[in-house]
Design a binder for this molecule. Structure first.
Ligand code: GDP
Ligand code: MN
Length: 356
């Protein structure tokens, strides 16, 4: 899970890392109450990188200019991501821009500290000038590691390492780590929390901004639902079968638009909810690939019919139904779906219907 810059900076503050005075703004009126002397730096809050280059960072010299910039930033979409908040900060007089990060390096099974005297730019463009220090996780950050860094950033590095470990980060990055008025200060933050460890951190912001609104709704209903960029909505039971179905579509040049895993459920209510979500995603065709093991095909069918009786589904449903009580399910659904016999046939038919 990625954190927004302002959320990362909040953590920096908790860990004794200096950050500029700032305020997060969602509505223009809030600018009137900000007590920070001009000039300001105004930063669009998005999770994608390269925001500065995309025009998402601007400087304001007075309130009037700030309001104009606020409107501009809020109207922006940076690499497909809408701007919903702006971070307003005192503009630093930056003397130097360094780069500092800690990274969970799975290939070496160690932590990796990276530092560069030429920060501010993309890490890719400074590849040769990076100081890399591997840190054995059992030993942790030691003074001899820190001595590889200039004196003025050692304290920040040690605090950032503590944050990195305690918050189960995959990445904790400060770029640029600015030197302003002779002091090191975090001008930006990039934090990625290991998703497997999120349950250990109820204190972290819950909002997962990487999810689409429908994915968020699905998560609340406990349905495994992922939106992709194709137009075929796949509903199957079990993550493995669902993924295999997406792969099969690929074979016939079909493109999965939604991954919906019913899991082991045959609760008609859950099935109904699943179809409701799928309908909202507006696919061109739905491919239902059901393999009833523990799941009874006929109870799934019951949920589907309950949904179809109430809602007008704007697309055909190709259904391949196998396993426990399959005959009964097929009989129940015969007026509602396009039946197919084999997995392959299902993928082929759905791919055809998905084409414009
Ligand atoms: P990113 O493009 O999303 O990484 O945004 P950053 O927060 O890293 O800002 C990009 C660049 O804008 C920095 O490298 C700085 O050169 C500049 N910048 C950001 N904040 C300030 C500031 O307070 N003062 C000055 N002078 N420059 C800033
Ligand atoms: Mn940056």
């Amino acid at each position: 899970m990625k954190l927004f810059e302002f959320q990362g900076k909040e953590l920096f503050k908790q860990y004794g890392i200096d950050i500029p005075n700032g305020a997060v703004v969602e509505r223009k009126e809030e600018l009137d109450d900000i007590n920070i002397p001009f000039p300001w730096v105004m930063k669009a809050q998005v999770l994608v990188g390269g925001r500065g280059k995309a025009g998402g960072i601007k400087f304001a010299n007075d309130l009037e200019e700030a309001k104009k910039i606020f409107d501009e930033l809020m109207a922006m979409e940076i690499k497909g991501e809408k701007v919903r908040r702006v971070l307003v900060e005192e503009k630093l007089s930056i003397e130097k821009e360094y780069y500092l990060s800690f990274f969970l390096d799975r290939s070496s099974r160690q932590y990796l500290m990276m530092f560069s005297y030429e920060g501010g730019v993309d890490i890719e463009s400074m590849a040769e000038k990076i100081i890399k220090v591997y840190i054995n996780p059992l030993i942790g950050l030691q003074p001899y590691h820190l001595r590889r860094l200039p004196k003025e950033v050692r304290n920040i590095a040690s605090n950032l390492f503590k944050l990195f470990v305690e918050k189960d980060c995959e990445l904790a990055e400060i770029n640029p780590l600015a030197i302003a008025d002779g002091k090191a200060i975090a001008a930006d933050s990039k934090i990625i929390i290991d998703n497997n460890a999120i349950y250990r951190h109820p204190e972290l912001p819950k909002e997962d901004a990487e999810l689409t609104p429908l994915e968020r709704e699905a998560k609340e209903k406990n349905i495994a639902f992922v939106q992709l960029d194709g137009n075929i909505g796949v509903i199957a039971n079990g993550a493995g079968l669902t993924m295999a179905t997406l792969d099969a579509l690929n074979e016939f040049n079909g493109k999965g638009g939604v991954f919906l895993d019913l899991g082991g459920t045959d609760d008609p209510e859950k099935v109904k909810q699943a179809f409701e979500l799928m309908a909202k995603a507006n696919p061109k065709v739905i491919l239902l690939n059901l393999f009833g093991g523990i799941t009874k095909c006929d109870t799934v069918a019951k949920g589907i019919i309950e949904f179809m009786e109430k809602h007008k589904l704007g697309c055909p449903v190709v259904a391949r139904i196998k396993g426990m009580n399959e005959e009964k399910a097929r009989e129940m659904l015969k007026d509602y779906v396009i039946p197919v016999e084999s997995f392959k046939e299902a993928a082929k038919k759905a791919s055809e219907l998905g084409r414009d």
